[in-house]
Design a binder for this molecule. Sequence first.
Ligand code: FDA
Length: 491
Amino acid sequence: KETTDVPIIIIGSGYGGAVSALRLCEAGKKVVLLEMGLNWEKAGIPFSNLLKPGKSSAWLKKKSIAPFMNLFSLTPFTGTLDRLEFDHLNIWVGRGVGGGSLVNGGMAVTPKESYFREVFPNLDAEKFYSHYFPMVREELKVNVIDEQFLKECPYYKFTRVGEEEAHKAGFKTIRVPNVYDFKYMEKEYLNEVPRSALNTEVIYGNNHGKNSLDKTYLKKAMETGNLEILDLHRVNHIKLNEDKSYSLNVQQIDTSGKVVTDKVFNCKKLILAAGTMGTLQLLLHSHAVNNLPVHEKIGKNWGNNGNFMTGRNWVKPLSGGTGSKQSTIPVGGIDNWDDKEHPFFTEIAPLPMGMDVATALYLLINRVDKKGEVGYDTINQKITLNWDESNTIKMRENAKYFIRKMNNANGGTRSHFLFNNGFGPDICYHPLGGCVLGEATNEFGKLRDHENLYVLDGSLIPGTIGVNPFVTITAIAEYCIENLIRQNEFA
Ligand code: FDA
């Protein structure tokens, strides 16, 4: 086997991995980042759009895996979007250099301070709101749509209708910031530049406009000259050596998923940033096959961030519905968080199907009253999820309440077109927790029972944050890596 020795390895190039890479490289450290997905920019392969799923649309699948309408056959390719299937929940994740930033909707939401304090009672909230959150919004290039453009652009009719209906039903709406460059979008609309958000590109990647991590944190990290990114490198398991260093069993694959080289990487310091489910798979699988020590809290305090999808049909069908033209980038949300009985936030989501389906789609984000747990199945060598309908009872109640109120005020029916009975409790975009900060790790993400192993990704957040999570994941990673570097952990 080909063997490589390096001082610091990061596994995964999503938010946690990108932040760690930049700050370590700036501190003069040489870093190797292993990413199982493709480096799309280097490969020069364009992303495909929702209406014509192609190479980028799925991770080694024979059929498309969008949340709805999967009528498309595919030749397996290392695409950007993957779906992990559990008994009662499907979890979508991003694959490729940039991780989830390649496929997500770019909604860059800072959590409510009161909820942040509740979720992280031991963190210095003042410092997060005065320093870390503003810093990551700048690094991620967060911006806000121009109100006049929103008012006039036909591609935002779904947002205007959604907000109008919400107000009529007595709900409060908010403008949602995004990492998609709205100045670029205005030019797209005028046909001055190639279209991306206005050409149904999003969950299979954006060819233009979106400031994904490869254009922000990872780009800056590469510019230091200290970072090497190896794409199509999948880490299978980790071994703790006697001298407290780690050996990684890695397979380099080609774009059809075939293994081309088996490799071993040895490192003194290892950062797991493989995303919530990826990091848990690595830890629990390595425990099973290599006896890697795992603390009893690993796998505990997991949640779906209260994700609960729902929709309504026959939204204003006679007056043009939600529009046949829709931008893929959401900019509107309904904030019902202060309602003590039905606290939730919901995204007014686009449904760009190329025709007017007079349907409104909503992704509710609720509190997570009952947390789940991630375990391991030794026969299939895969993580399992202890999560079922009992975990989503309150979320369903909120969704029912929301749809009823919207329909009473505006007409419309529950969406049987999108979901079995109008609700999608089994769709999750925001898996969080399982390696919770201060529980499975120390206060800065160093794993308990280890001296040289760190976790820096969504798994640090205890299952819920009340809004779309990447701004929080980025801020927590900044906080942890800053303190780990200060403590000379990587000296
Ligand atoms: P992330 O998942 O980003 O990165 C992990 C990386 O590790 C991946 O690139 C993966 O391929 C790699 N990896 C995993 N296992 C590996 C292994 N064994 N070896 C090598 N590499 C490995 N959030 C938000 O705030 N606003 C939004 O609008 C949206 N919208 C949205 C839409 C969709 C469709 C999805 C799927 C998700 C969102 N999200 C979102 C969620 C957001 O994208 C998500 O929370 C973050 O990407 C998680 O960041 P992490 O750093 O935890 O890991």
